[in-house]
Design a protein around this ligand. Structure first.
Ligand SMILES: Nc1ncnc2c1ncn2[C@@H]1O[C@H](COP(=O)(O)OP(=O)(O)OP(=O)(O)O)[C@@H](O)[C@H]1O
Ligand SMILES: [Mg+2]
Length: 310
């Protein structure tokens, strides 16, 4: 449904997207997971035709987004990272505006607007102006505006930023509902838990490049069995490295700086006392210890040496 091939996009001198390829399918959620500045929004803008690729191609529902823009755009619904709502129109009018922009009218438009208002939980406040809404409610309306014309393909650019857990859950359910109806959903986020929860397939993007891709299972296999031990404090990296290497355990140092030590290690809970003792023996000050099972965060750490949320 969406095919992105060797996509590149530069802003002047800056090559923000450096040859990205992936395919997002019907009835599934494809996740684009990456930190701030990775290039997620740029990819989305190229897919919806807002930006012209510097090189490479984007095909939407079989149509080239540059050569056959009109046909390609017909099947798209977009929920942009920056709110795309009119603060001085009521929520109902915002939805009606976007529905009409995609050719809905009359009874059909009215019933879609009512349906979406109910789904995003704004039916009781539909007559109010969004400028009086909280940030979370604006996000919900922004989401609804992308859905109102029942697009076959939905592009969601960090739709849950700034929403409370309850609204987030509601948005997740909407995404799942869309997927189950057969919609192709492209979902960008920098929250690995969202990606783990929602996405059938994923690409991890960093500095404009895909550094890992596949199903969650494929990606987990890349992390291996190792757990993660993360220590924060004040360290002498050379001494700490020597102390860790001196331990007769199978571990890999993923990050080691004056403030952070991250280790990939099997059976981390059992090994933790020895690790703490070894690090303490270097006169390090340990302020925080975190243990985690292998997950996308640890894969990101392993591949890039930095934290996803840094
Ligand atoms: N209009 C622009 N002009 C110049 N540089 C830009 C522009 N838009 C984005 N960039 C740069 O391109 C890179 C990718 O930005 P992009 O917005 O695509 O990242 P992102 O993954 O969506 O990040 P975020 O999670 O912060 O939304 C960044 O280095 C950004 O500063
Ligand atoms: Mg973005």
């Amino acid at each position: 449904m969406i095919e992105v091939k060797d996509l590149q996009k530069s802003y002047g001198e800056l090559l923000a997207v450096k040859g990205v390829s992936f395919t997002a399918r019907k009835g599934s959620v494809f996740g684009l997971l990456g930190p701030n500045g990775a290039g997620k929004s740029t990819v989305i803008s190229c897919i919806c035709g807002l930006l012209k690729p510097t090189a490479g191609t984007v095909t939407v529902n079989g149509f080239d987004i540059v050569g056959e823009a009109k046909k390609a755009k017909r099947s798209l619904g977009v929920v942009p990272q920056e709110l795309a709502i009119y603060e001085d129109f009521s929520a109902r009018d915002n939805l009606a505006y976007w529905g009409a922009a995609y050719g809905l009218k009359g009874r059909e438009l009215k019933s879609r607007v009512a349906y979406v208002l109910e789904r995003i939980g704004l039916q009781d406040r539909a007559g109010e102006l969004p400028k009086n809404y909280s940030g979370g409610l604006k996000r919900r309306l922004n989401f609804g505006c992308g859905l109102v014309h029942e697009p076959e393909i939905l592009l969601l650019d960090e739709p849950t930023v700034g929403v409370d857990p309850q609204s987030r859950e509601r948005l997740f359910n909407l995404v799942k509902e869309e997927r189950d109806k057969g919609t192709c959903v492209l979902y960008t986020t920098h929250y690995m838990e969202e990606a783990e929860n929602l996405c059938d397939e994923l690409a991890i993007i960093d500095h404009g490049k895909i550094i890992a891709a596949g199903t969650l299972k494929d990606l987990r296999a890349q992390v291996g069995e190792s757990d993660i031990i993360q220590l924060s404090g004040t360290f002498d990296p050379i001494a700490v490295e020597a102390a860790i290497l001196g331990l007769a355990i199978d571990s890999e140092i993923l990050v080691l700086s004056a403030g952070t030590l991250v280790l990939a290690i099997e059976e981390a809970a059992a090994q933790l006392p020895a690790v703490l003792q070894a690090v303490s023996s270097t006169e390090a000050e340990i302020r925080e210890t975190r243990l985690s099972e292998p997950n996308l965060e640890s894969l990101f750490l392993k591949l890039t040496g930095s934290e996803l949320r840094a």
